[in-house]
Design a protein around this ligand. Structure first.
Ligand code: ATP
Ligand code: MG
Length: 209
């Protein structure tokens, strides 16, 4: 669990300003939601924090360390994308094992952790299914298990429930909140859904367009 601090973070694509001078401090274990309409720069901002993109200006600190120029793998961040982005040719279990393999955690201990992560998102017994054999809500839970299995310091969630119907979304909101509390992981979620922001988070930051 780490704190996150953004100082004057700006991202320009040519002359277009996608992220404009954002200041944000998230305490260790806190759940912050960034609320903003489509095109307000939510995904751009998360990808800067994750290290998938570099800011044009400003600094990003994680756990007090300046990570502005650090690659994604040096940040220990779990990321759930706006689309599920599971590997279609891998089973649910293999998808969850993947970030462990990348970190050199293999063998029975890795397998144990992946199975535990699937249990945590209530998918026990479905590890052998491929994404195409799972419902949207189940795929989203695999994505969540894959993001938490390596015990990240930070969890970044990009509209993780956006593709689900209302009932499932409300169920998963409750689960997500419970899971976040249990893990105590510092979390930033972005959404355009005000109700979702209110029901999930300790604090909300609003992005204008
Ligand atoms: N690589 C890029 N090059 C140029 N413009 C970009 C690039 N990526 C994003 N943009 C622009 O930056 C703005 C913010 O995009 P972003 O994807 O961050 O929005 P968002 O808030 O996540 O929207 P949504 O809710 O629809 O996902 C948009 O106008 C988008 O067209
Ligand atoms: Mg987006």
């Amino acid at each position: 669990m780490s704190d996150i601090r953004l100082e004057g973070v700006t991202k320009r694509y040519g002359t277009f300003v996608a992220v404009d001078n954002v200041e944000l401090a998230v305490a260790p274990g806190e759940f912050v939601t960034i609320l903003g309409p489509s095109g307000s720069g939510k995904t751009s901002l998360l990808s800067l924090i994750a290290g998938l993109n570099r800011p044009t200006a400003g600094r990003i600190f994680i756990g007090g360390r300046d990570v502005t120029d650090a690659p994604p793998q040096a940040r220990n961040i779990g990321l759930v994308f706006q689309s599920y982005a599971l590997f279609p040719h891998m089973t649910a279990l293999e998808n969850v094992l993947f970030p462990l393999h990348v970190r050199g955690i293999n063998g029975p201990s890795g397998r144990r952790r992946a199975i535990d992560a699937l249990k945590l998102v209530r998918l026990d017994g479905l590890g052998d299914r491929r994404p195409s054999q799972l419902s949207g809500g189940q795929q989203q839970r695999v994505a969540l298990a894959r993001a938490i299995v390596f015990e990240p310091d930070i969890l970044l969630l990009d509209e993780p429930l956006g593709a689900l119907d209302r009932k499932l979304r409300e169920e998963l909101q409750i689960e997500l909140k419970g899971l976040q509390r249990a893990l105590g992981v510092t979390t930033i979620l972005v959404t355009h859904d005000q109700e979702e922001a209110l029901s999930l988070s300790d604090r909300i930051m609003v992005l204008g367009k």
